[in-house]
Design a protein around this ligand. Sequence first.
Ligand SMILES: [Zn+2]
Length: 67
Amino acid sequence: MAAREKTRDELDMQTLRELASLPANKFCFDCGQRGTTYVNVTIGAFVCSACGGLLFKAFTLVKCRCK
Ligand SMILES: [Zn+2]
């Protein structure tokens, strides 16, 4: 069976997983709390759910499904 090419979404999710595994991205960019839930794609930073809720209206956030 031939290997199927990965779709753009799969590649994006793979990149997101790699970024999320970096030690610096395990802490919220805004408050420093351990455990990030969202990615602020506007500035490229991982944030916790509390800060994600506050930032939702101002920035484009993507829920990180990689954990
Ligand atoms: Zn936070």
